[in-house]
Design a binder for this molecule. Structure first.
Ligand code: MG
Length: 271
């Protein structure tokens, strides 16, 4: 396993990340980030210069809002019909951008996948996912769906049904808790054969007296995931990929301090 970091174009810089004790990570590109060939060339140079490697390009989209569960359902990923076409095109561009960087995986949140395979939203999203997988395949990439917005069984059924050999999972244990989607260790054990990358993130369950609220993200080791038992589960499954620390708070100084502490915790746990 390799310890990495989930970082964002336009927010983080590679020298700062290197100073946290990591040499690899997943590059997040928000909808405002240019994905031109020139931009890819600049990134390629910066990565080489910093001695950094990128495991995944992660797509986020303009207009997404993670305020609470109903807002996520309305705005995130491939579920909202009005932005489907633009987000599919954007994800295809991200695949091409990743290819220009020599990155072998792309990922995103596709949003809440309906449980019913006859639901028109389910059918539309499955079509998008298949077309994106086809482009990723041309580049020799996996397309990884981030976990959390649905229980493990729903996600597995969707993967099975989409039937794309390069459709995989980016497993985020905290999201399982934040969205109330199930015990993260049980979920990981079900999904492990399809997991190509992992987030190291922690959090607490949603409050029981506020329907629709998300749980609260916490610094690694301080939430309900049980990071030592999660790392044990990764080891038991023989996971060999990257374990990317993710911290999603606004305050950048605190965020970097929390990432540094998380990297140390993972090293202490033998990642
Ligand atoms: Mg995540």
């Amino acid at each position: 396993m390799e310890i990495g970091v989930m970082f964002w174009a336009g927010r983080d810089n590679l020298a700062e990340l290197r100073a946290l004790g990591v040499q690899s990570g997943q590059l997040g590109v928000g909808g405002e980030i240019s994905l031109t060939a020139a931009e890819a060339a600049a990134w390629r140079e910066a990565i080489a210069e910093a001695g950094f490697s990128i495991a995944t390009v992660v797509c986020a989209y303009t207009g997404e809002d993670y305020a609470d569960i109903p807002t996520v359902q309305r705005t995130v990923g491939f579920i909202p019909p009005a932005t489907r076409e633009a987000r599919e095109q954007r994800t295809i561009e991200a695949s091409d951008f990743a290819a220009a960087l020599g990155v072998k995986s792309i990922a995103c949140h596709i949003g809440f996948v309906p449980d019913d395979h006859r639901d028109p939203d389910y059918i539309a999203v499955r079509g998008m996912v298949r077309r994106i997988c086809d482009r990723a395949e041309e580049h020799g990439q996996t397309f990884a769906l981030e976990t959390g917005q649905e229980p493990a069984d729903t996600l597995l059924r969707f993967l099975d049904d989409a039937a794309c050999p390069n459709l995989k999972i980016n497993f985020d244990p905290a999201n399982m808790i934040l969205y109330g989607s199930g015990d993260p260790i049980e979920a990981y054990e079900k999904l492990a054969p399809q997991v190509v990358s992992v987030h190291a993130k922690d959090g607490d369950w949603p409050p029981s007296d506020k329907p629709g609220a998300l749980g609260t993200e916490r610094p690694l080791g301080q939430g309900a995931v049980g990071i030592p038992r999660f790392v044990d589960a990764l080891k038991r499954a023989g996971y060999k990929g990257s374990v990317n620390v993710e911290r999603e708070i606004e305050n950048q100084a605190q965020r970097l301090a929390d990432i540094r502490m998380a990297v140390r915790l993972l090293k202490d746990l033998g990642v």
